[in-house]
Design a binder for this molecule. Structure first.
Ligand code: 5RP
Length: 245
């Protein structure tokens, strides 16, 4: 049975494990951060019967918010958390989200779904980042997955210029379908994404810093300074867990 599991089955399996972990770790009445993507969608669906366990959830994208609302979750804007909660160093005990790649230290590439900026903001508010993914996302060196960079549209040319010395080939993300097919993909923040292909990210922390320095860059999809604390990974042998120090 397990040998026949496809990638989606593995995502569902790991989302199930994350749901159990969150319910075990979080006392009733707190706020949970929830990410974006197909693995996060499984997590949302499986968590739905337990929505009243939480005072509310903070979502990292319009797509996740829509799904959460349909399933009856109380979705709270990050700025609308109660004052006493906002005043805490970590208003959210836990943030659960997927990744496009994760290395053996817990550094990640995220943003394949275009939600990198909000994901980074919510992750920064959380005490613990639980990354959930299937085993295909585990790599030794980040960079095979094109690194998403969210940019201010009018800065495209300037950003490309400044990216050159850092290596890789920047490609503007386009819509693959729908009314705006072939036009620039718009993030939830009304910005554009450059996907940088061909990087070998040997020092993710330094590269995150370098990319953050470029005028016109809103956010780089490298989660190195704020990496995962716990990885739950779905594989053919079941769900494994790695805690990062
Ligand atoms: C969205 C993300 C996702 O977490 C990442 O793309 C993984 O997605 P999936 O769970 O669909 O494989 O960063 O911006």
């Amino acid at each position: 049975m397990i040998a026949n599991m496809n990638q989606d089955d593995l995502k569902k399996q790991v989302a199930q494990a994350a749901k159990d972990e969150v319910l075990k770790r979080m006392p009733k009445g707190q706020y949970l951060g929830i990410g974006t993507g197909s693995t996060a969608n499984w997590f949302i669906d499986l968590l739905a019967p337990h929505r009243d366990h939480f005072a509310g959830v903070v979502s990292s994208s319009l797509a996740s918010t829509e799904r959460l609302i349909k399933l009856g979750f109380h979705v709270v804007d990050a700025n609308q958390l109660p004052e006493a909660v906002q005043a805490q160093t970590h208003p959210l005990p836990i943030y659960v989200d997927g990744a496009d790649e994760i290395d053996p230290q817990g550094h990640m590439i995220k943003g394949g779904g275009g939600a990198l900026t909000r994901e980074k903001i919510i992750a920064s508010m959380a005490k613990e980042f639980i990354c959930i993914c299937d085993e295909s996302k585990q790599v030794n060196t980040l960079g095979q997955f094109p690194l998403p960079i969210e940019i201010i549209p009018l800065a495209e040319s300037a950003v490309r210029q400044q990216l050159q010395p850092l290596g890789g080939k920047a490609v503007l993300r386009l819509n693959k379908s729908g009314k705006r097919e072939g036009q620039a993909f718009l993030t939830d923040n009304g910005a554009w994404i450059l996907d940088v292909h061909g990087l070998q990210i040997k020092d993710p922390i330094q590269m995150e810093r370098d990319f953050n320095q470029i005028a016109g860059v809103i956010c780089v999809g490298l989660f190195a300074q704020r990496k995962a604390d716990l990885l739950l990974v779905g594989g053919k042998q079941g769900v494994g867990s790695i805690t990062f120090s």
